[in-house]
Write a protein that binds this ligand. Structure first.
Ligand SMILES: Cc1cc2nc3c(=O)[nH]c(=O)nc-3n(C[C@H](O)[C@H](O)[C@H](O)COP(=O)(O)OP(=O)(O)OC[C@H]3O[C@@H](n4cnc5c(N)ncnc54)[C@H](O)[C@@H]3O)c2cc1C
Length: 386
């Protein structure tokens, strides 16, 4: 398996880093304090092509590989978890669902403005009563003549109150279980679409998270994505790809924490020496780097398998599981290395720690990832050609 980044990958990484140094790093803590979704950054990311690196060129994307998308996600999370999460929901989930399963005409209608950052996307699967067991959703879509009427409530939706384009799953035929779920595109401004209460969070506070309510929302039947009853299967595939993105997101947060910890360990003196000279601190740093690198290798493997057209669901879950648990562990270690200064907002590492927790929950909890991995292992055995 090729592990080196190509010249093109390095160019993407460096361009993103110089943009983020200038336009994101100085403001990340302020946006978080103000719980402000920085829409203008979204638009700039679109202008620079970062919202469509692995999307087809005919819709304004760059047609690059999945690793390029990983590099963008990792790079964004390193600077601001909130911006990265909003982009992950927009790119991998909303735009990814449309690109993967919508008709050519729907793609032409929605993808160019989503990729350009002129419109924001949201992906609505979770409901107040159904998270891990997404197939238990209760939102209904009823065909009436040539329209669908959608009723129900979606919960925890990233970009939920700022989006222009919503991809929504709903039960069309309850007698068919998972096979009765379809997916639809709903545009902001459609009558009956509204938001519930504001959701306050532990971290990622500059990323918008909202309840999305569908009260007799009527859309033309042509807004259904793919065949009737395919919505759940589409969502499972969208999440498989999305998990590579969340793994990258986790690595970005862990790296930010690691870099802060190393720099602090070099500078901070106690007992007449930099704390980095104490073995206890050195071992934390060594373990952080080892786990981050292992996460990166798992993520590259999943991305390469995807691009090779091979099954990659298990590997995406492994990457997401390991990288997210690494992010939680490494950001907490970074706080520990900072001592009291780690606990206060000024040094950012407490923000990384709060942000990281979401990675063990969103797009399938760690328990769900272990279920997916074990199911695949028991069915197919372990070794797979790479
Ligand atoms: C900030 C944020 C952003 C989000 N963005 C989106 C979004 O854009 N779109 C969207 O659709 N959703 C989104 N979500 C929802 C997210 O995907 C769900 O929270 C997640 O899937 C878990 O579902 P739940 O919260 O209902 O937890 P539950 O499913 O109720 O799980 C509760 C606990 O039980 C465990 N559990 C559940 N079932 C099992 C089992 N069979 N075996 C063992 N343990 C089990 C879980 O692992 C967890 O520990 C977001 C959530 C957050 C917090």
């Amino acid at each position: 398996m090729e592990m080196e980044l190509s010249e093109e990958h390095r160019r993407i990484r460096d361009t993103l880093a110089s943009f983020a140094e200038r336009e994101i790093r100085p403001f990340a803590a302020k946006w978080e304090r103000e719980e402000k979704f920085p829409r203008e950054i979204f638009e700039k990311l679109g202008e620079l092509g970062f919202l469509g690196v692995s999307f087809p060129e005919r819709f304004g994307g760059a047609g690059a590989d999945t690793l390029s998308q990983v590099i963008v996600m990792e790079g964004l999370a390193r600077y601001d978890g909130s911006v990265a999460l909003s982009c992950a929901a927009h790119v991998s989930l909303a735009s990814g669902h449309i690109n993967g399963f919508a008709a050519e005409e729907q793609k032409r209608l929605y993808l160019p403005s989503l990729i350009a950052g002129k419109k924001v996307g949201a992906w609505c699967l979770t409901e107040p009563g159904s998270g891990s067991d997404a197939a238990a959703m209760r939102t209904r879509a009823t065909l009436k003549g040539s329209d669908y009427v959608i009723n129900g409530t979606k919960m925890f939706i990233t970009n939920g109150s700022v989006a222009d384009v919503y991809v929504v799953t709903a039960v069309e035929d309850p007698s068919r279980g998972k096979n009765g779920i379809s997916a639809f595109i709903v545009e902001r401004g459609t009558k009956g679409l509204s938001n519930g209460r504001k959701i306050e969070k532990l971290g990622l506070r500059a990323s918008d998270t909202a309840e999305v309510i569908f009260d007799n929302v009527t859309v033309p039947a042509s807004n259904r994505i793919g065949p009737s009853g395919e919505g759940y299967r589409q969502a499972v595939k969208v999440l498989e790809a999305g998990r590579i993105g969340i793994a990258a997101f986790s690595i970005g947060l862990a790296r930010a924490a690691f870099e802060a910890a190393v720099s602090y360990a070099r500078e901070r003196k106690q007992f007449g020496r930099p704390i980095g000279e104490f073995q206890a601190i050195q071992w934390m740093i060594a373990d952080m780097a080892t786990r981050i690198d292992a996460s990166w290798l798992l993520t590259i493997r999943a991305a390469r398998l995807k691009d090779a057209g091979m099954p990659y669901g298990r590997e995406a879950s492994m990457a997401k599981l390991f990288a997210s648990e690494t992010a939680v562990w490494a950001t907490e270690r970074a706080v520990q290395i900072h001592g009291g200064y780690g606990y206060i907002a000024e040094y950012n590492v407490e923000r990384y720690m709060r942000d990281a927790k979401l990675t063990e929950i969103g797009e399938g909890t760690s328990e769900v990832q272990r279920m997916i991995i074990a199911k695949s292992l028991l069915k197919e055995g372990y070794l797979r050609e790479l």
